[in-house]
Design a protein around this ligand. Structure first.
Ligand code: ADP
Ligand code: MG
Length: 209
């Protein structure tokens, strides 16, 4: 479903970061492991179409993503890839449910309030749908981030250190929700972490050195 071939990236004035070839089956769940600075975020940015690698190719669902125009790539990302960042990136002036609606419109999909409610329900935050981001706790905000990432039923769900700013309880809940949501939507799940609390939950691992 996803394949990474001969990929390497070089930031200005730095050494190449090389990534081992990687074949990811549809629906599989992976942990991406590596020390801080080993290139986890770089690789996830490459896989989400945000960062074009200096070498190699990335194909998702048969599409070589860096051969798309930037407009096509934006739309491809909006429809196929859900991203959960280390810290929630929500729009502060919009309510929780409006933040999800706007994710539908960014992907050029029609507004679907039924889907918004369904996702908020599944993540246990429907009582916060009319609240604003600064009225929620860190753990609740991370649930909203997951809700926004899965709203368009992406084939690929990517999370970059989603538990590192959370306490043990919230970290376990967030991880559980990611796995559950990827299962429910048959989405491939990639979670980057250096958080030792997370390691046992996943069958597949890809390790950066
Ligand atoms: P990780 O997510 O595993 O901590 P990163 O992918 O963020 O690692 O970083 C990998 C390496 O690339 C590090 O040495 C980091 O300093 C460098 N790096 C990351 N982003 C940039 C950037 N925008 N410009 C220059 N160097 C960067
Ligand atoms: Mg990182």
């Amino acid at each position: 479903m996803i394949s990474l071939k001969s990929v390497a990236h070089r930031y200005d004035q730095q050494q190449d970061i090389r990534f081992e070839d990687w074949q990811i089956d549809a629906g599989s769940q992976w942990l991406l492991l590596g020390a801080s600075g080993s290139g986890k975020s770089t690789l996830l940015h490459i896989l989400t179409g945000i960062l074009k690698p200096t070498q190699g190719s990335v194909s998702i669902k048969g599409t070589s993503i860096y051969d798309l125009s930037s407009k096509e790539l934006d739309q491809f990302r909006g429809r196929n890839i859900g991203i959960v960042f280390q810290r929630p990136h929500l729009i502060k002036s919009l309510s929780i449910s409006e933040n999800l609606v706007i994710a539908q419109s960014f992907a050029k999909l029609p507004t679907d309030l039924k889907r918004v409610n369904e996702v908020l329900d599944a993540l246990g935050i429907s009582h916060k749908k009319n609240a604003y981001p600064d009225q929620l706790s860190q753990g609740q905000l991370q649930r909203v981030s997951i809700a926004r990432a899965v709203i368009n039923k992406p084939a690929l769900l990517i999370a970059d250190e989603p538990t590192s700013s959370l306490d043990d309880n919230n970290a376990a809940v967030v991880l559980d929700l990611l796995m559950q949501q990827s299962g429910a939507n048959q989405a491939t799940l990639l979670v980057a972490t250096h958080d030792k609390r997370v390691k046992d939950a996943f069958k597949h691992t890809y390790e950066l050195s």
